[in-house]
Design a protein around this ligand. Structure first.
Ligand SMILES: Nc1nc2c(c(=O)[nH]1)N[C@H]1C(S)=C(S)[C@@H](COP(=O)(O)O)O[C@H]1N2
Ligand SMILES: [Mo]
Length: 393
């Protein structure tokens, strides 16, 4: 019986499944070391761009929905605060402003108000920047400045309600990060303070837990503002102030940076900010960069998400986008802010194949073939840029 099934597997060309993982670990051998704040990450799963920028390898996303915390990317604009801020998590204090009863609350206070869990895609707006031929400055992320995370905390709308509700005329929700700012520079040029339209209050969470564990420092512990469906930068870590405001923050990270600046232009508050994420997908396997694949059946798989919208479907092409096949979404569905894994079983013949995926959201928006050119390489959802070329022996 055993012998028969082993022979069957051989006939299916399943002999070489171990090759990829092996080649991956040797590729990581010469890489930069993990920074202290993220020393606990899985080194084989990460690309270390710098001490403040770690990317998940394309081969490391797996086919489950949730991205394990030790494989999730890290992006810090400023060095993370001292680890001592986690010694007394419940004593962490947040100032609430722009409400009828403004005051500070501790994390212990917040924990008495409510608990909810939401799955969201956390993605840096520069994810896919590495595919821009214009080589914008900034980390050349490919696909790995993203992950799907379970966050637990109190809904922000509950806190605002307890504090008497919003003051009249407030248009934005503004979060401020708790980093210690370098001396001798204008705070506005370095502080992490982001504003999002106040409608984000419907879904926003103040989270103290991710993937079932207390928030690690690298991901914003002890407390983080989660704005489901919005680009990573809006999800302020070590949040120390939450304000409902009439205007957007004047901090450089809001006013001039993280804007969709046409090529050659300059950032200014009149240009679109990187807020809601756009429909996007990419293939995570099979990959042949670590050795040729065997001809025969394979399961093409990847991830798809659409910001605040549900993914309606994903099509996959094995000929670079000339013909398309409907992929199957793989469960469980963790809600419209999470990503969906998709799979398409195909038979690949010997030769070179260009695999691409194209997602469509619930409103009918399909992922475009081309990226939108912009100075900083934001919001890249071009299906062509995310193509995977595989060699089959
Ligand atoms: N306080 C604070 N929050 C922050 C940042 C930061 O530097 N400081 N970086 C932002 C950016 S640009 C991204 S992409 C995400 C990255 O989240 P992660 O490091 O948990 O993956 O956090 C956002 N929130
Ligand atoms: Mo980011």
């Amino acid at each position: 019986m055993l012998a028969a099934s082993a022979a069957g597997l051989g006939a299916l060309g399943l002999g070489g499944l171990g090759t990829q993982a092996h080649a991956q670990s040797s590729a990581a051998a010469g890489a930069k070391p993990l920074p202290a704040v993220a020393a606990w990450k899985d080194p084989k799963a990460m690309i270390v761009h710098s001490s403040n920028t770690l990317e998940t390898r394309r081969a490391a996303f797996g086919t489950s929905v949730v991205t394990p915390t030790n494989r999730l990317f890290v992006r810090n604009n400023l060095p993370a605060p001292d680890a001592s801020i986690l010694e007394h998590r419940d004593a962490w204090t947040v100032a609430f402003e722009g409400v009828k009863g403004p005051r500070s609350l501790t994390l212990a206070d917040l924990k008495t108000l409510g608990v909810e869990t939401v799955a969201t895609v956390l993605q840096c707006s520069g994810n896919g920047r590495g595919f821009f031929p214009s080589k914008p400055s900034g980390t050349p992320w490919q696909v790995g400045a993203a992950g799907c995370v379970l966050w637990s905390g109190v809904p922000l709308r509950t806190v605002i309600h307890v504090l008497g509700g919003a003051e009249e005329g407030m248009a934005y929700l503004t979060g401020t990060g708790g980093e210690k700012l370098p001396e001798g520079v204008d705070p506005l040029t370095v502080m992490v303070e982001r504003s999002v339209p106040i409608k984000a209050l419907d879904d926003a969470l103040l989270a103290w837990e991710m993937n079932g564990e207390p928030l690690p420092l690298a991901h914003g512990g002890p407390l983080r503002l989660i704005v489901p469906g919005y680009q990573g930068v809006n999800n302020v870590k070590y949040v120390k102030r939450v304000a409902l405001t009439r205007e957007q923050s004047r901090a450089g990270i809001m006013a001039n940076r993280y804007r969709m600046v046409p090529p050659g232009g300059k950032g200014n508050p009149g240009l679109p900010s990187v807020w809601e994420m756009v429909v996007k997908s990419w293939i995570n396997g099979p990959l042949s960069e670590e050795g040729a694949l065997r001809a025969g059946w394979t399961q093409i798989h990847g991830v798809a998400f659409a910001g605040t919208r549900e993914v309606r479907g994903v099509e996959v092409s094995i000929d670079g986008g000339m013909s398309w096949h409907q992929a199957q979404l793989v469960g469980p569905n963790l809600g419209r802010f999470a990503w969906r894994q998709f799979v398409l079983p195909v038979q690949l013949s010997a030769g070179t194949h260009v695999l691409v995926s194209r997602a469509t959201d619930a409103a009918g928006n399909a992922q475009p073939r081309e990226r939108v050119e912009n100075n900083s390489g934001y919001n890249n959802n071009s299906w062509l840029d995310h193509a995977v070329t595989v060699t089959v022996a």
